[in-house]
Design a protein around this ligand. Structure first.
Ligand code: SPD
Length: 280
């Protein structure tokens, strides 16, 4: 056998492994360990602090589902804020919408962006040159707490709640996101797996419900993250996640490999154990 296994271990009880045929890049930035490697099964892969983040072959299952439910239902999509997402996949999906006038992307670690631009260019797919992209290297927790800017949609593309992403999982952060969104604004975030990260998933549901008054998880599957089921969460004071803007769907669906109007309707269906627990 050639190459090495890259293994992500979760709390010493669950692991995800991928054969790495070539290591492309490895560095310790100011914030985290950054690794990029090539795999026979999923193409090039990014890991941060040993946590698998994205792969060329299955990133569409994650990025399309993170972005399009919000962008296809928000009353207005002129100004979008992307938090994290250093590989470029989230900003790429946002800017597929011709109606987006400006996408501010706030990523804490410039080294992740630079390493992905060099070794994972397929993820950005030209987004770095889009004049609507305003890329900033800053701490988003601080930015949403202090900025006077306002946005129509905020998309949070963070890692698991450890290391630089930890501050993106708390009530104060959600209150500040609500502050930078108007009353009709929409917040979409990756919200982990109810099987592997049960407490984190239900904490996110509770806190976004309390802060926004309304929030709903939605469901899919991402091979790279294992766990069987993956979730994102849609939170808004007023916007209806099922009120699909069909014109916006039509404008992007030819370029999507996962997302379409039927997937949108289906992904908000809740497994019974989650529905019961959220109803309590
Ligand atoms: N368990 C890892 C979850 C990572 C979610 N974010 C991925 C970043 C892809 N742009």
């Amino acid at each position: 056998m050639q190459g090495h296994w890259f293994t992500e271990v979760f709390e010493d009880c669950y692991s995800l492994g991928l054969r790495a045929k070539t290591f492309l890049h490895s560095e310790r930035s100011e914030f985290q360990q950054i690794d990029l490697f090539d795999t026979p099964m999923l193409g090039r892969v990014l890991a941060l602090d040993g946590i698998l983040q994205t792969s060329e072959a299955d990133e569409k299952y994650y990025h399309e589902m993170l972005v399009h439910p919000a962008l296809c239902t928000a009353p207005c999509i002129d100004n979008v804020l992307v938090i994290g997402g250093g590989d470029g996949g989230t900003a790429r999906e946002v800017l597929r919408h011709p109606g987006v006038k400006r996408c501010v992307m706030v990523e804490i670690d410039e080294r992740v962006v630079r390493a992905c631009q060099e070794h994972l260019p397929a993820l950005g797919d030209g987004v770095w040159d889009d004049p609507r992209l305003d890329l900033r290297f800053a701490d988003a927790v601080n930015m949403v707490g202090t900025t006077d800017e306002r946005f129509d949609v905020v998309i949070l593309d963070g890692s698991d709640p450890v290391g630089p992403s930890e501050g993106l999982f708390g009530r104060t952060f959600y209150e500040n996101v609500k502050r930078v969104l108007g009353p009709d604004g929409v917040f979409a975030l990756q919200s982990e797996s109810p099987t592997v990260y049960e407490d984190v998933f239900f904490d996110i549901q509770r806190m976004t419900q309390e802060v926004f008054g309304r929030s709903q998880p939605y469901f899919g599957s991402v091979l790279l993250y294992g766990a069987g089921i993956w979730t994102w969460t849609y939170a808004s004071q007023t916007a209806d996640p099922l009120a699909l803007n069909l014109e916006r769907v039509a404008a992007i669906e030819d370029r999507c490999e996962i997302y379409n109007a039927q997937i949108h309707a289906a992904c908000f269906a809740q497994p019974s154990f989650i529905r019961r627990r959220l109803a309590r």
